[in-house]
Design a protein around this ligand. Sequence first.
Ligand code: HSE
Length: 310
Amino acid sequence: MASEKTIRIHSPATVANMVCGFDILGFAVNEPYDEMRIRCKDEPGIVIVNEDDYHLPTQPEKNVAGAALLALMDELESPVGFELFIRKQIKPGSGVGSSAASAAGAVVAANRLLQDRFSKEDLVRFAMNGEKLASGVKHADNIAPCIYGGVTLIRSIFPLDIIGITAPPLYVTIVHPQIEVRTSDARGILKQQVLLKDAIRQWGNIAGLVAGLLQGDYQLIGRSLEDVLIEPVRSILIPGFDKVKKLSKEAGALGGGISGSGPSIFMLSENETTARAVEKQMKEVYESLSLAYHTYVTTINQSGVTFVEE
Ligand code: HSE
């Protein structure tokens, strides 16, 4: 039985890849987040109402939230109707999981209307259809942390195997230079083959990062935040990237790199004072380049999509 209620949620931004874990690691952050509401409607189908200025498509099959909802509705025995209101605060094309927040938020909220009949893993499966629409490929390194919260490892997507990774307290500084990098373009320029020596270095870093997180070893986390496969190719799309990285580390950041497919850059720090010092460096880089930017100093979101009381 569908509910009469309106469900309100906050759907968090996410940082995919976590530098070395292309397509397999990601974490959710407390700022920014999208606001969404959903309610059932009498006629079957999906109506999407945008309550922001991004002019995203409202046809369900062309909208990432719509594509995710359609996948969910495919697994229901009887037709149902949803009316979805989206107020995005995560700018599309920013590299902090804007499409994932819409897709994941929509299915988590719809599932609550359906008395939580689907598991979190089911919801990730549905929401990946939104990512397919946005980037051409199903990947869950934004969707999984958005739904589960915290740091997640996606060991496999077919079949889904999602592992939550406990992390010590970390501060996250994000700078979003105001240019748009389409995930499909940022994926299109990647090499399809890698050298064995580079692969060895990369999986050493991934294992080191996961061990560092689990053991709360900040120095190991910092050493492991290195990407020899993807960053050398993608960083050329991001003005000021090398400078931001160098100055952030000098300011005390543990390390960081491209957030998802960019153009946002993120840095991890042990404490807020360092995270603010990193923010200052980031601002100075983009001031000197006369490029508009936006920064966030935030922490890891442990709960994923959250329900908000009406
Ligand atoms: N892992 C994906 C990529 C994340 O880097 O293309 C996109 O946000």
